[in-house]
Design a protein. Sequence first.
Length: 673
Amino acid sequence: MTSKLNPKQQQAVKNISSPLLVLAGAGSGKTSVITQKIAYLVENCQMPAHKIMAVTFTNKAAREMKERVNNIIPRKSTRGLTISTFHNLGLNIIRREHRHLGLKPGFSIFDSQDSLALIKDLMQRESGDENAIIDSIQHTISNWKNDLLSPQQALSYATDDSELLAARVYAAYNRLLRAYNAVDFDDLILLPTNLFLEQKEILDKWQNKVHYLLVDEYQDTNHSQYLLIKLLVGVKASFTVVGDDDQSIYAWRGANPENLTQLKTDFPKLEVVMLEQNYRSSGRILKAANQLISNNPHLFDKTLWCDRGFGDPIRIVRQKNEDKEADFVVHDLMTHKLQKGLAWNDFAILYRGNFQSRIIELKLQALSVPYKVSGGTAFFSRSEIKDIMAYLRLLINRDDDNAFLRIVNTPRREIGISTLEKLGEYASGRQISLFAATQELGIESILPKRNLEKVREFSQWITDISQLCRERSPTAVIKQMIQEIDYPGWLSDQSNSPSAAEKRLENVWQLVKSIDKMLLDTDDLSSGEDPLENVISRLILRDIMEQQEEEDDSNRVQLMTLHASKGLEFPHVYLIGMEEELLPHRASIEEGNIEEERRLTYVGITRAQQTLTLSLSASRKQYGQTIEATPSRFLDELPKEDLDWHGMGIERSQEEKKSTAKAHLSGMRDLLR
DNA sequence: CACGTATATTTATAT
DNA sequence: AATATACGTG
């Protein structure tokens, strides 16, 4: 079974006696090692699958891993096997232990948008408001949570006024979250970790559930995630973590690649296996990647090698502007596809920021090329999706004031601002949620009769619907609900054109379809919890939806950010926008964090199996203004002999043009002398 | 409440 | 530059 693996990989799979760190270079088969190891544990070591846990960072990675495990061993022997993301794992722990955390069942999960809205709300009471400050406060709070600092600790460690303000907001924010019976994304890790630290019996219980732990992309763990792992494995220390410091690209959200070296200190018996043979890319691509990354300092010294052919030169194409750049990429892609009889999904177009997809999408649409944009938050940020999600959130957690406010008057129920203000005043005075307030007798004296009726009507309706959900098929009830509020009618009122309304309604049905499918899938796992709650919370974590999309025709050109591309591979890769200020991104240049941008470029390059095309533009429109763009410094760090330049010249900025002209001139003078 | 005009905001990266 | 939001008027 493990015969397809090379000796190093086999060593990584078969070593189960000591804690293990696998340093896996790009394309060295790290997912194979994890999946084969799961199979090995089940089949050779007779370890029950429900005692094995594998943790990844993205839903996509978790899904792929499940699929690959099911391909090597029969489905029935993987029963109970846990393969999930960190956040999903945290969510499951919180769901099981919610009583110990002061949460009621059906608690809400606030995504970053919800959190930001909450902080904004708080700040308006505290002091003046500026958007940049609010953003930085949200970021600061998130960092504190990742470092497991309580509001009290943050307050005592605060050194300047802005930190002091952030710490005060942090305290209020946390209190409000609890009042809403809600947790944020960071809480999904922080709450279980703190719980394990504080309550020995609960930790014991969970440690018994995990006989072996595997962690993917270990270099991406932050402090709280590392601690969670450490707590889960306990003194048994039966674990394998797989990572690559060269692919650490999440420092900005607290990832700490030092956790790789920390492991040696915390687990003296740690064994280290290095995987250096690359099975993915051509020799040329690998050589370029190696040379680029050699400009970075390393925690560990790895040298990737491969025994594949050397392959085509790496093309670098520079166009006059971003429009021409997009034209080139799309046309070039089409030409290759047709000439070589390739499939659309043999191609990927990668970029630094989501906004860069737009122009490419336009060109692809013009030529009716099927494509798929992954990542981005487009779907969930659509107002119709947010509306329906708010309804669902309110159904499972009536104390979710954010959801309440979003939908109480959407569609119109003649519940206006003044009514809500009075209701809000009443609710906050009594420390209860808005929904709870609607059912109190006390509001009868403060609301005019007509308004009171409307509020009561809404409140009763929500109660009835959530009751119905328990009795009948939730999907049918959701459909009924959408009809009862005449959401289709509301959409056509709100939209500019009938076709736009239709499209938005279509999005709503897609959401319902996903929920339906998910409820069916969840049923046979029968976790004993409310399946609707389960599905809604997973939806908020952006799980589910993508799954649906994957299933329909996936033969499409893949568009995604460099971050989203990690862990994937494609025969032919286009990496666009290879310019200073874009890659490396301006913010990183200003922070002096070029190394992470270099790793990001490294990740992009190492996605390519056969051909790699780097493209750039000489000018770019920014906020309506056209500005000159300088080729990325990373292009200079690639082996010149393996590059093939096309398009416009490779002059640098104007200054450099001048300086080369000067050099030329002085050279001429020297000759004349 | 619909419509027009003024003003703000957009371009990190993700669970 | 283009799009979203806010505000005011009829």
